[in-house]
Design a protein around this ligand. Sequence first.
Ligand code: AMP
Length: 420
Amino acid sequence: MQTIDKFNFAGKKAFVRVDFNVPLDENFNITDDTRIRAALPTLKKILNDGGSVIIGSHLGRPKGPSDTFSLKHILPHVSELLGVDVQFANDCIGEEAKVKASALQPGEVLLLENLRFYAEEEGKPRGLAEDASDEEKKAAKKAVKESQKKFTETLASYADCYVNDAFGTAHRAHASTALIAAYFDTDHKMFGYLMEKEVKAVEKILNDIVRPFTAIMGGSKVSSKIEIIENLLNKVDNLIITGGMTYTFTKALGGSIGQSICEDDKLDLALDLLKKAKEKGVNLVLAVDTKIADSFSNDAKTAFVDVDKIPDGWEGLDIGPKTEAIYADIIKKSKTILWNGPTGVFEFDNFTHGSRSVGEAIVEATKNGAFSLVGGGDSVACVNKFGLADGVSYVSTGGGALLEAIEGKVLPGIEAIRGY
Ligand code: AMP
């Protein structure tokens, strides 16, 4: 497999798929440029070698061309960070893009307009009437798949090689994240540095495990985490199921959960997961106590109670101190740790304590030699909120992509480059 380090970009044009899907305020100022900074090592390596770069990205979820989702808003900041006057093509597959890409000289950079202005990027039909028949839907799908080939071919025609540095979209088989790779031979397609790091971190968690391996799965709903939990049951020694999911398990076990969040149609599933964990010898850990609130609010009245004795009119919004101690003890004895999802409603300052204590235990375990991976939107927000990001081994930039990889799925963006 080709690698970005080995490849000499001198005199070459590289199409680099990045994830510049950054948050913008109402005046189109970037409020967090982490994703742009994350791609800089890759872009700079190409430029320093004497290559030129064509950058492709999406921004938001446009339904077609739109000023709101234009990548022109981020052009000055990308130029500033790269130290290069970045050129811009108003239409990613228009004549202007072709001309500018072909005229690029070593050291020059061209940013293409939002790839998702075209339905062909995602390969999904747009603008179908709500009452469209199955036939019409099928025909529209076929049409967009056909025009997607031309779209992909055009993007590929700009460059001599393809670099994918967008882990955040690696779980999508889109034109620029996966299909384009088919237009380059094995020696001319590769991961960027960020993608390499992400893939390595996920593989360590899935295949290169030093035991004990503990996964902490938080978040609101069991239903959105079933596949991950089932896959993790084949791998971990300890599985801490926490956050809003707790109460579905507590209720399934016959406890009183008051008004706590609960998926009543998942009670059997919860019991089934407990049974599977037992059969596989996995220590599935649930909360024993909880911080309850008399309303879903930061200023609610609070109390600590056993997790299965929540009075009516109250709801569990975080774990209690006994549970914190149990979690911390397990985490500190672990050598491989995966954390996805908070222990409670961490957005409310009065219910952050449990998530913070998990983060701190992970930092301590990491100091003692454990490998720790934190990923999936909210846990990343947690470690950042508590200033703990530097104390863990790896903070993944991928939300959905990371979760699908942990579910054991092959990600199209990865497969397109290395074949599996
Ligand atoms: P997810 O997106 O499934 O990872 O869930 C994260 C969300 O779960 C966060 O917004 C938390 O506020 C929420 N959450 C965690 N614990 C609870 C709880 N006990 N009650 C309600 N929501 C919760």
